[in-house]
Design a protein around this ligand. Structure first.
Ligand code: PMT
Length: 227
């Protein structure tokens, strides 16, 4: 199978030295890419700005912003050979907004206002879901190969209910929910405590595990998704 995995944060610049971002380090996504490659799958890792080594056997595409990440994912998904199942695992913490304007030169303090105008970024996972599961994208070509979509949900409250909502709204086969306020879970650490929420409504709460062990479980679930 082909795995397309997103990892890390995106950066949304307002001038060449200032940006909006988040604390994602890419550890979770790199673990998924590493395990999928170790299990013999073709793996493309679309990574935001992180300082991790590329796992063996993985093709890596470095990106900066959400729009760059969407373009790279679209290209990889469209390249999928017909008949070869493609799994999209979206572990990246994509910035939902970006500054409305990016200045070409560093803004002087006197040039900056106290409020920043933001615009919405594309939702990469939702866009790919629209193009593969519902064939409803007015502007972009539909992807025809069999595709399975796995999202992540970084939550601070109502973890399972929010994950269920995202699974439905983004047309996912499975979503991996993590409470990022819990000790040893979420951003930056080597462990994660996740709950798998499947399209059919079934739920598996996993104990605190290393991100590598979580990745093994996710890749196995993905393999089971494909007939
Ligand atoms: O990188 P680490 O330091 O190891 O941390 C791991 C992690 C906490 C980043 C990871 O486990 C995690 O939870 N990733 C998802 C973070 C997130 O952005 O969640 P969300 O609930 O905001 O988004 C839901 C899903 O939609 C995610 O699969 C996300 O990749 C995707 N999304 C979100 C917004 C957007 N504009 N485009 C997207 O594709």
């Amino acid at each position: 199978m082909k795995f397309v995995v997103t990892a890390g944060p995106t950066r949304e610049y307002l001038d060449p030295v200032r940006f909006l971002s988040n604390p994602s380090t890419g550890k979770m996504g790199f673990a998924v890419a590493r395990v999928a490659a170790m299990r013999g799958h073709e793996v493309v890792l679309v990574a935001g700005p992180v300082s991790l080594k590329t796992p063996k056997g993985v093709r890596r595409i470095d990106v900066t912003s959400a729009r760059d990440m969407l373009a790279a994912v679209e290209e990889e998904m469209a390249k999928a050979k017909s008949g070869k199942p493609t799994i999209f695992v979206a572990t990246a913490a994509v910035a939902d907004w970006r500054p409305a304007k990016c200045a070409p030169r560093k803004l002087k303090k006197g040039q900056m206002s106290d409020t920043l105008k933001l615009v919405r970024n594309p939702d990469i996972l939702k866009e790919i879901g629209r193009r593969t599961k519902t064939a409803q994208s007015p502007t972009r070509p539909i992807i025809h190969s069999p595709t399975y979509l796995v999202g992540f949900a970084a939550e601070t409250n109502d973890v399972i209910a929010e994950a269920r909502r995202k699974c439905r709204e983004k047309n996912l086969d499975m979503i991996v929910a993590n409470d990022v306020t819990e000790k040893g879970s979420g951003f930056g650490v080597d462990t994660n405590r996740v709950t798998l929420v499947r399209k059919d409504g079934s739920v598996d709460r996993l104990p605190l595990m290393t991100k590598l062990a979580v990745a093994r479980r996710i890749v196995r679930e993905c393999e089971d998704l494909c007939p």
